[in-house]
Design a binder for this molecule. Structure first.
Ligand code: FES
Length: 111
C-alpha cells in the first residue's frame, strides 16, 4: 500500500465550500507539486495541475456536468475520478487523494 502524506488545505468544510464553490477549480502548491482541486456535484477531487497533453494549467480550465475537468488550451476532457481523457487522445491525468473531514479539506500525496 502506498504511503501518503496528508496536507490540510482548508481548516473546515465551510471554508472549503467558500473558497472553492461548486463548479470551480483551484491551484494548490505543495512543495514543487502543483495540484488542481475541483469542486463538482460529486464533491472535491484532486488531480495534477499539468495537462498530460501539452502542459496547460488545468486549474485555468473549467468543469462540466459529467464530472470532468476541461483543459483551457485544446479542451480535452479528463474524468476527475479515474483521470482518462474522454476520447483517449492523451495519457490519463494523475489523480490524488482528497478527503473532506470535520476538521478540514485534506490532500493526500504519495511520499
Ligand atoms: S494542453 Fe491540455 S488539451 Fe492540450
Amino acid at each position: 500500500m502506498q504511503q501518503l502524506n496528508w496536507y490540510k488545505v482548508f481548516a473546515s468544510p465551510s471554508e472549503a465550500y467558500q473558497r472553492i464553490p461548486k463548479g470551480k477549480l483551484q491551484l494548490v502548491k505543495v512543495g514543487k507539486r502543483r495540484i488542481c482541486i475541483a469542486h463538482t456535484d460529486n464533491g472535491f477531487h484532486a488531480v495534477a495541475d499539468t495537462c498530460p497533453h501539452l502542459g496547460a494549467a488545468l486549474s485555468k480550465g473549467h468543469t462540466n456536468y459529467l464530472n470532468e475537468v476541461i483543459c483551457p488550451w485544446h479542451e480535452y476532457r479528463f474524468n476527475l475520478v479515474h483521470g482518462t481523457e474522454s476520447d483517449q487522445r492523451t495519457d490519463p491525468l494523475e489523480i490524488h487523494k482528497i478527503e473532506l473531514r470535520e476538521d478540514g479539506l485534506f490532500l493526500g500525496l504519495i511520499k
